[in-house]
Design a protein around this ligand. Structure first.
Ligand SMILES: *[C@@H]1O[C@H](CO)[C@@H](O)[C@H](O)[C@H]1NC(C)=O
Length: 452
């Protein structure tokens, strides 16, 4: 999920003039390291960004965008729907970097050491948001007035945080837009692979079998002692174990589809022989991305502020709390059938066994806290892209007071509606954006009329 950078290549980014923005970076210097030990007053510096040129404090709203498992860029260049929202509602945008990512390090350059990772959890991250928000309001930062309503926005894991934030702190946000929000923790996530197969089928059975055949081919190369090392090396990935390599190989294809690149990928594979398909695939894989799959690299606890895709922290979150292990469904599988739950157990134990032997998440605990995909809270919008495998851990149809949309255009992937609105977007996507704006307007009007 932390690969939003990968796909930016394949999306033409036409930024309309009226979606230009200026963002400024700031530090919040008072964030608590531990929200659960009231005697622990240690603080760390957390980064945040503000876009203030649209803000009218008398009538405006605060759009509180949540950053996730990556170095936060502030506004993401390809995702400017939020700028449209800010202009529509005279909003101040505030974006907070997630603890343990980018430069928001609770223990400085030692933050990634085993003994220092224990404060990396969704509960601590949610409390960061609340503690930060309260500080901004009480101290009237950036012209914020106490009557201004706040709306949380996030996509993917931060989408889940946005939903949970609304759930846990309904007094702090009048609503939330939770895009591709992975609210259900699933340990054995077979539907992920199945969805990739189904998404590929939209381009025809040939594409689906092309992708399956590439994974079978990779498996043969890896299981064969004569070809194993050479095949790994051709991807630069000789430090990955055999199964890690197959995990990496499958995921790199799946990410293309997850982020809406299905038709392009299928077109490129069509009519090529297997060697040429592999060669094409090799050429589009993000450089160094294999490192995110190798326990050799993930064990490295050195902090590197230039690492934009810091997977050690994310793997820790998955191994300790969140799960979502993408296993082979056997039938209609895309990835190698050797990628099963035991592989992931060993993977977690290899990397983080020093923190706790046999570390593995308890999805029941995670789902008990907020209800998983049975959560129920009002003023919550949940959106998903039809071809996005993550949608199976989200909410696809209205439930209780939740307004849900499954956007079913060609190549509708992860967080599809957050991207910069374009003339050529399909009608359904445009309609969903209009409905989001209408909902926000309603929430804001209700808020201001209730405090008059
Ligand atoms: C392993 O790969 C070599 C070289 O491509 C090939 O000649 C051999 O038949 C393969 N072995 C098996 C068991 O597939």
């Amino acid at each position: 999920m932390n690969k939003f950078i990968l796909i930016s290549l394949s999306l033409l980014c036409i930024v309309a003039n009226d979606l230009s923005y200026n963002q400024k970076m700031y530090w919040f210097e008072h964030q608590l390291v531990d929200h659960y030990d009231k005697l622990n007053k240690d603080v760390f510096h957390q980064r945040y960004w503000v876009v203030e040129e649209n803000f009218i404090p008398e009538t405006g709203v605060i759009l509180f965008q949540i950053c996730g498992e990556y170095t936060c860029p502030g506004i993401m260049e390809e995702r400017l729907f939020i700028i449209q929202l800010a202009k529509e509602f005279n909003a101040l945008i505030i974006i907070l970097e997630h603890r343990y990512y980018g430069k928001s390090m609770p223990f400085g350059s030692e933050s990634l050491r085993d003994e220092n990772l224990k404060y990396l959890s969704t509960r601590q991250a949610l409390d960061d948001l609340a503690y930060f928000q309260r500080f901004m309001v009480l101290n009237k930062k950036h012209g914020i007035k106490s009557q201004n309503p706040w709306i949380a926005i996030g996509g993917s894991y931060p989408g889940a945080l946005a939903a949970w934030y609304r759930y846990q702190y309904p007094h702090l946000v009048i609503g939330a837009l939770a895009s591709s929000a992975v609210v259900e923790s699933i340990t054995d996530f077979k539907m992920f692979d199945t969805q990739i197969y189904l998404s590929a089928l939209k381009s025809g059975s040939e594409c689906a079998s092309d992708i399956q055949n590439m994974n079978k081919y990779a498996e043969q190369q890896i299981l064969n002692e004569t070809t194993r090392e050479q095949f790994k090396r051709s991807f630069g990935a000789e430090k990955l174990t055999d199964l890690e390599f197959l995990f990496f190989f499958a995921d790199a294809q799946l990410l293309i589809i997850q982020y809406g690149g299905r038709t392009e990928l299928c077109m490129q594979l069509e009519g090529k022989n297997i060697e040429d398909q592999i060669e094409y695939f090799r050429s589009v894989i993000e450089e160094d991305s294999y490192k995110e799959y190798g326990s050799y690299y993930l064990k490295n606890d050195e902090y590197d502020e230039n690492n934009l895709s810091p997977s050690r922290q994310w793997m820790y979150q998955c191994c300790s709390e969140l799960g979502w292990w993408q296993t082979s469904p056997l039938e209609n599988t895309v990835r190698s059938s050797l990628i099963d739950l035991q592989f992931y157990r060993d993977f977690c134990n290899n990397i983080f066994g020093g923190i706790k032997p046999n570390i593995f998440p308890d999805d029941q605990l995670a789902n008990a806290r907020f209800g998983g995909n049975n959560l129920n809270i009002d003023n919550l919008i949940m959106t998903n892209g039809n071809e996005d495998p993550w949608k199976w851990s989200s909410v696809l149809v209205n439930q209780g007071s939740i307004l849900a949309f499954e956007i079913n255009c060609d190549n509708s992937g992860h967080c599809v509606e957050l991207y910069t609105p374009k003339e050529e977007d399909c009608e359904q996507l445009k309609q969903v954006r209009i409905q989001i704006i209408q909902q926000f307007r309603q929430w804001i009007q209700n808020h201001y009329s209730s405090i008059q």
